[in-house]
Write a protein that binds this ligand. Structure first.
Ligand code: NAP
Length: 233
């Protein structure tokens, strides 16, 4: 049975991915900032390499080597670019991009050793077109897409695929928080502007991840699969 790690697996999209992979028969552990009631829940800040290494060591001793990684931990921010301090910029880059770096680098040895691996990075639909007041977030998520493509080329020969899913307008605590703070505009209007006329569900993202992770997707790597109801084409 293959072992999977889902970062940000305590909430929203990460949680739905962890549930879906469990239902598909994988052993799943989650990495998140806070305790959660999910099975095999480990706490680590993905920006802290020592904490990531320690949590992964715990997962390995509980489950064995890790062959699947989904990077779903993320942090948004809304601020005019000229009002953004370097520290605020750095924090968003740190969680969304550097956290992805740490987690991938820390699990790769298991995958290389096994000659098989699956990495899925959750980026953002904002990378298709940019997003005002979200420059650090869009910059970090765009870099995640670039990282995905480069690693796909580097690790394809070792049996490891690397793909990205950029979600758009998914009903999660992160999105509802942004809505509550007035950063999203009118949700009903947003639904009207979405070709499939609904918000996305975390399970929509989980389904795309499950496909990338499946054996059937072994010829698919370096791809960015938008799951956004047609908001970005
Ligand atoms: P969410 O409900 O807030 O889930 C994100 C999870 O990541 C939370 O449990 C959060 O913990 C955790 N996290 C944040 N910083 C972390 C860190 N430094 N180390 C470890 N865990 C950390 O948000 P979501 O909407 O499901 O987002 C999941 C991913 O999808 C994110 O990468 C997000 O950027 C991306 N995304 C979402 C949407 C959308 O429409 N919802 C659109 C585009 C992209 P805390 O709650 O304790 O902070």
């Amino acid at each position: 049975m293959k072992n999977a790690v889902v970062t940000g697996g305590g909430s929203g999209i990460g949680r739905a991915i962890a549930d879906r992979l469990r239902a598909d028969g994988y052993n799943v552990a989650t990495l998140d900032l806070n305790p959660s009631d999910t099975q095999n829940a480990f706490i680590a800040n993905v920006t802290d390499r020592a904490a990531v290494d320690e949590a992964l060591a715990g997962i390995r001793s509980q489950l064995g080597p890790i062959s699947i990684l989904v990077n779903a931990a993320g942090l948004d921010s809304f601020r005019r670019f000229s009002d953004t301090t370097f520290e605020q910029w750095q924090r968003v880059i740190d969680v969304n991009l550097n956290g992805t770096f740490h987690c991938i680098q820390a699990v790769l040895p298991d995958m290389v050793e096994a000659g098989w691996g699956r990495i899925v990075n959750i980026s953002s639909s904002s990378t298709h077109s940019g997003q005002p007041f979200m420059a650090p977030y869009v910059a970090a998520k765009s870099a995640v897409n670039g990282l995905t493509k480069s690693l796909a080329l580097e690790y394809g020969p070792m049996g490891i695929t690397v793909n990205a899913v950029p979600p758009g307008f998914i009903d999660t605590p992160m999105l509802r928080k942004a809505e509550g703070r007035g950063f999203l505009g009118d949700t009903d209007k947003q639904i009207e502007q979405t070709p499939v006329r609904r918000m996305g569900k975390p399970e929509d993202i989980a389904a795309a991840c499950a496909f990338f992770i499946s054996e059937e997707a072994s010829y698919i790597t370096g791809q960015i699969l938008g799951v956004n109801g047609g908001r970005n084409t």
